[in-house]
Design a protein around this ligand. Sequence first.
Ligand SMILES: [Zn+2]
Length: 81
Amino acid sequence: MSVPTRFRASCTDCRSTSELEPEAFRLALGGSSERTYYSFTCPSCGAAVRKRAGERIVEALSGAGVRTMRLCLVQQPSTVP
Ligand SMILES: [Zn+2]
């Protein structure tokens, strides 16, 4: 049996470092690396932390089964009344 993967994440709010399971993370893939983030809720202070995710982090997180959502810009149809 394989050991479940854990990721070390540091909170930008309370600066505590926690080890979290993949289920604790969300991955948001934007069109570019500047718009690619991972997010988690800090178990210490409850803050929603969002950080830029580099290519390696994206690979590691998605490989571990982290829920991924793909972000794309939707052009709103111009509804002129
Ligand atoms: Zn925190």
